[in-house]
Write a protein that binds this ligand. Sequence first.
Ligand SMILES: NC(=O)c1ccc[n+]([C@@H]2O[C@H](COP(=O)([O-])OP(=O)(O)OC[C@H]3O[C@@H](n4cnc5c(N)ncnc54)[C@H](OP(=O)(O)O)[C@@H]3O)[C@@H](O)[C@H]2O)c1
Length: 332
Amino acid sequence: MPDNHRILLAARPTGIPGSEHFRADVEPVRPPGVGEILVATRYISIDPAMRSWIGAGPSYVRQVGIGEPMRAGGIGRVVESKAAGFQPGDWVQGRTGWQSHPTLKGDQTQKLDLSVGTVEDWAGPLGTSALTAYFGLRDVGALKPGETVLVSGAAGGVGQIAAQIAGIEACRVIGVAGGAEKCRYLTDTLKLDAVIDYKAEPDIAAAIRRACPDGVDVYFDNVGGQILDAALLSLRMGARVVSCGRISQTGAAEPYGVKNLGALGGKRVRMEGFLVFDYHDRYPEARAYLAHHLRAGRLRQRLHVVEGLDQAPAALAMLFHGGNTGKLVVGV
Ligand SMILES: NC(=O)c1ccc[n+]([C@@H]2O[C@H](COP(=O)([O-])OP(=O)(O)OC[C@H]3O[C@@H](n4cnc5c(N)ncnc54)[C@H](OP(=O)(O)O)[C@@H]3O)[C@@H](O)[C@H]2O)c1
């Protein structure tokens, strides 16, 4: 039986998390009890929200304790099962944490249906980031065909799916991302109508005006801060701002003070935040939509795999430096 390699939280970061906040550990595998399964992890999802789970500030879930394995969702293969409905060899997703061989509760773990998509599809366009894009854009953003949709963080896990759903729904789509390579991915591979490289633009508000001369109907905001502020200046009457995340503010010494909220009243703009987990009961609906467009070749994705459990802390830091293109996972 292999050992369970784990990465534990060692200290709470005040800024961007790094390797110094974690430590590696090895323990004997814990054989599953009744209702449990032993899993060999293959992919671990790396998410910006992890920063709020380990910091000292407020979080929407319980903070990970010092000395506990880092919390994470992951995909793996069942090695041994004492839970009904699971056999050795089944692919599953669940709360693996940053662990190579976790013992998981069967009732908190889901078997993957590989007739719908590959294991890599389940890590990407059928995974939680894609569900976030689906509910954020369609329910919160209430997008309609023919509208103009601006997506920030457009080359990331959530952003790349949100931008493509907007295209599938016959919208004009403009992506905001950092760097020429990410922008090329968005135009050449994902076929967005226009892109803005915010790192090369001295004036983001002017760049958004140029790319969206008739204004923006839906702004899907993954980053907050200055890009949100600039987008507010280009909103059309009745626009919706989907507040999905605000990664630009993670670890910021001073939170950025948004100046242009005055646009909301006169233009009857609705700005709304959401958490994907609130839509849990409707995940099958979203997955059916995503799988349909995946099969039809209309939904592409890049899975950015950083191999090695010991690389998980460095992978987490990558999100905040823009080192990933597409959905970031650690391969175990
Ligand atoms: N509401 C929900 O339920 C929910 C669920 C999942 C995720 N989210 C949120 O969705 C957003 C995207 O998450 P993800 O997992 O898909 O991550 P991601 O977009 O794959 O990775 C983060 C990206 O953010 C960009 N970024 C980092 N610092 C930035 C800054 N200062 N200004 C502008 N962009 C910056 C980087 O891209 P560039 O190189 O382009 O800068 C980086 O690659 C996050 O805000 C996350 O918190 C929300």
